[in-house]
Design a protein. Structure first.
Length: 411
């Protein structure tokens, strides 16, 4: 196996994922990803014809995000017909999984230069638009394993771990404060590229649209639980509610404490990100100076009902593959799908909170599903350079009970 290097990473700002209201809601998701393709090629200086493949993470692969978005984005960017593209779905881990697959292709020697990333236009293709839910509506599978909605699973994690509403809200408030500090300090400036309306040529969005820097503890405490009503819905074969179905798997919880709200869960947004992954031979031949190398990649499965606890185990697996331990990681990027998810991982791995999501996360900035993993990787790389640190681990929880992780090392 040969090294896989990160030449550079770019991303769009995150736009509010509301139809007709978010700044990116008028732009086709193929065009969003086409713009980061073009920006990345211009930034790095590679010729698109050199790219062996383009891999794009997309969660809701239907409608405008169907029909192999990767290939159509390549064409929309005006890249040569010979450049291929494939679309990847590992739910919320899709963008990072695309990067990991690119690293595997390069490290194996099969490929020299791969562009990987993700896109999700949640204003145009909302969550659940593909109609498959978590289990693809497989009633036979559902008799064996009844997978509850992610929000119910997140509340179950909080209940089992004993995280109170106040603790989860405090984590959300910290995410908003750190994101506000990062934006004010232009910590995202290197990776961020403006989005242009392809019809008018005007800039549609050049800054983060979702954060609420004026968020207060009182405002968070006033929000109603998002998943209590969902948990009370009858869904089982004998009329059991979703809460009851989850508790049948984890009876020690007795009752689910619904602590997650719109304020301490990830935001619905639009966005895209792309990363250039190159082999050592390509780096030498082209004279490129890589920003980092990928030390290890990993994925694992976990309990499909609890669903969101795999970032801990998958991080340990990646560390083992890299010959490292938790103390060897300078920065952690753990996707803030729900506040309790990150709190659980920090507890399980005994992480220093000052090294975790130092510039905020998806609670403050938003979670454009298929794009988030690639976005987190770029943010981690920028922060390593800004802080003159060496290593970072990026990880995301995934619906259905999975986790994905990547370890970066500056070069």
């Amino acid at each position: 196996m040969t090294p896989a290097y990160i030449l550079d990473a770019v991303r769009t700002p995150r736009g509010r994922g509301k139809p007709g209201k978010g700044a990116l809601s008028g732009i086709h998701p193929q065009e969003l990803f086409a713009q980061v393709l073009s920006a990345l090629a211009g930034r790095v200086g590679f010729a698109p014809r050199e790219v062996d493949d383009v891999l794009v993470g997309v969660v809701s692969q239907v409608g405008e995000q169907g029909a192999n978005l990767a290939r159509n984005a390549v064409l929309a960017a005006g890249w040569p017909d010979e450049v291929s593209g494939a679309t990847v779905n590992r739910f919320c881990g899709s963008g990072l999984q695309a990067v990991n697959l690119a690293a595997m292709g390069v490290a194996s020697g099969a490929q020299q230069l791969v562009v990987a990333g993700g896109v999700e236009s949640m204003s145009r293709v909302p969550i659940g638009a593909d109609g498959g839910g978590i289990d693809g509506n497989n009633l036979h599978l559902r008799e064996r394993v009844f997978q509850v909605p992610q929000g119910v699973a997140a509340d179950l994690i909080a209940t089992l771990e004993g995280f109170s509403r106040a603790e989860v809200d405090a984590f959300a408030l910290r995410s908003q404060a750190r994101a506000a500090r990062a934006i004010e300090g232009r910590r995202f400036a290197r990776t961020l590229v403006p989005v242009v309306d392809p019809r008018t040529g005007r800039v549609a969005l050049d800054h983060e649209e979702y954060p609420r820097p004026d968020t207060t503890a009182a405002a968070l405490a006033a929000l109603p639980p998002s998943f209590a009503a969902i948990g009370a819905m009858p869904a089982g074969p004998r009329g059991e509610t979703l809460d009851q179905l989850a508790l049948a798997r984890f009876p020690q919880a007795h009752a689910i404490d619904h602590v997650h709200t719109a304020g301490n869960s990830s935001g619905i947004v639009d966005g895209a990100a792309a990363v250039a992954i190159a082999s050592e031979a390509y780096v030498r031949r082209s004279g490129q100076k890589p920003r980092a190398r990928i030390r290890a990649v990993a994925s694992v499965g976990s309990d499909p009902v609890l669903m969101l606890t795999a970032p801990g185990p998958v991080s340990r697996k990646a560390l083992y593959l890299a010959g490292m331990n938790v103390r060897d990681i300078d920065l952690w990027e753990i996707n803030e799908a729900f506040g309790a998810v990150v709190l659980q991982v920090m507890r399980a791995l005994e992480l220093d909170p000052e090294r975790v999501n130092v510039n905020g996360g998806s609670i403050a900035l938003g979670h454009p599903l298929g794009a988030t993993g690639a976005m987190l990787l770029g943010s981690a790389l920028d922060e390593l350079e800004r802080s003159d640190l060496t290593t970072a681990l990026v990880t995301l929880c995934i619906g259905g009970g999975q986790g994905v992780a990547t370890i970066l090392e500056r070069v």
